[in-house]
Design a protein around this ligand. Sequence first.
Ligand code: GTP
Ligand code: MG
Length: 195
Amino acid sequence: LFAGEVEFLKGVVAMSGLPPADRPEVCFAGRSNVGKSSLINALTGRKGIARASNTPGRTQEINFFTLGDSYYLVDLPGYGYANAPVQVVAKWQALLKQYLQGRQTLRRAFVLIDARHGVKAVDEEIMALLDSAAVTFQCVLTKTDKVKAADRDPVLAQVRAALARHPAAFPEIVLTSSEKGDGIATLRGIVAGID
Ligand code: GTP
Ligand code: MG
């Protein structure tokens, strides 16, 4: 599914620009800088197909990638702090919420959580929004290469406790490092199993 058939389709700045809802779609949501774009690069094996950078607020549009004819992968702007003007950020946030609540073909939202920081209040807000829109979501811990194994357990426990409060949450948490490749094959398998 992921072998050599990934293409960037378009960046969208308004709901009217969304591509036709004609195939299943999965999206990657999370706080600014959590590693959404890097994860898409790792999953697709195409470094740089999604633009990543250390500046929070790098992704400013809803970016659609096609996986053959069978799926859309969607890279979202981050929520929370972004290095951009307030009004601009407010516009992406509104679009992000409209998209998460209103996209008929959205099969699963992956909510990325930094393995060093755990679930924050803004993540809880997005999870509550997904609950109310009845969009199944699954947590992916990112940047696991930056934490020692021993420091991971309390974060995992905190994430599990948060998920238990959200009816739309899928219980399995995926641990990943886009840098080292850990968990990437597992996540590929999960995406490939969504229909
Ligand atoms: P926005 O588009 O700004 O919301 O950010 P994003 O969530 O798309 O994050 P992005 O992929 O741009 O990554 C942010 C920074 O984290 C970059 O400097 C990445 O190189 C770094 N990063 C992402 N994933 C990993 C990882 O698994 N390990 C490490 N060590 N760094 C990572
Ligand atoms: Mg990004």
